[in-house]
Design a protein around this ligand. Sequence first.
Ligand code: EPU
Length: 429
Amino acid sequence: MSTGVDTETFVVRGSGPIKGTVHVPGAKNSVLKLMATTLLTDGTFELTNVPDIVDVTIMGELLAALGVNMQRPAPGQLLLTNTGQITPVAPYELVEKIRASINVLGPLLTRCGEVRLSMPGGDDFGARPIDMHISGLKAMGAEFRFTDEYLEARCERLHGADITFDFPSVGATENLLTAAVFAEGRTTIDNCAREPEITDLCNFLVAMGADVSGIGTSRLTIEGVERDALRPVSYYTVPDRIQAATYLAATAVSNGELNVLGIRPDDMTMLLDRFGDMGLQMSPVEIDGASGLHVAAPERMRSIDVATLPYPGIATDYKPLIITMLSVADGVGIVTENLYPGRFRYVEELQRLGADIGTTGHHAVIRGVPRLCGAEVQAHDIRAGAAMVVAGLAAEGETIISGVHHIDRGYDDLVGRLSAVGADIRRVG
Ligand code: EPU
């Protein structure tokens, strides 16, 4: 894993079809939450199928500051030891680096009865408020105080509450779920998020001894348990559906053929249906005990219209990949963003590569062109960065991508994995 310094670039050349087999690791957006959840109880946890990404390192540093020590004895494996000496003060310099740092709020509050946390950082695509986290925790008995830099929360033992979200927020669902584990009585969360990563967190909590039901639905019920009811466990992280989609997109734009292994196609049904509409041929495959999908690209993809929605809808994190694919598809596609209105910044980078895209409000209209042309572009966030790599594979000539530290936050050796299947891509600097 690179440390992702700012001077590094990825240099990509569109060099024909990628072919071969890629193994997809575990999901960033699950493992970071599993890591935060180890704050709940003392002892040593083992997490496997862990991606080798910078955000895991940052979360490990944050947990170390709070009282949970991380070791990486082998690739894909983490040992997290909760020392029992938890300090519920999260330092600014770590919290501001990743959005998932907000996930320590629920566990710290329910375990320690107090938390001091600076406001979380993360990606550069507009305001990302945490009002639903706060109002849910208030309904469970927490009191909040805000200063310019910090959020402070306090409670006696939290109590169960019936909470209904206006919108199925991933982070708010996770924080309330983890906080409710030790609350007195029953908590229900209606209209909660039900992404596969939430299901993974629920299953992790149940393995630890928590009482969670309604898993995978939009209504979770948590019966609070006593502190000594939880125990550390060994747990396999759910595969990363966004990394999986990245390899499918890379195959599609390079007219390639790939086995994408270690993934759960059932967690990506709606996306795979739409990729099918674009002309990708996909079938289940199993190689040496690892299962996944065999994907073959059509000569030219067909355009489609897509709107992002909470799971089971098409995830906003897929969108930069989809827009990149539509940039070289046959016809006109319209993509509507329903989660983050500001998440179109990478469009101007695609335009630099010759894509014909117009945006109005939360819609993008993409008129496919036969081929993009290499140029210098920037990765503004993790997913936009991955889309730049895919765009580079769809371009004549050389594409130089800067800002690759964003990509390293969420992608485990993207360059190595793509090179191994024949892509002309290298890290420079
Ligand atoms: N929102 C509020 N108030 C809240 C919480 C959310 O208004 O209290 C709004 C947000 O501003 C946003 C929308 O609701 O417009 C969605 O936010 P959500 O809470 O669902 O997202 P998140 O937990 O902040 C996670 C992922 C994102 C992914 C979104 C949506 C992590 C660390 N991040 O963010 O992933 O886009 O869910 O699926 O899990 C990424 O991995 O690159 C990434 C950005």
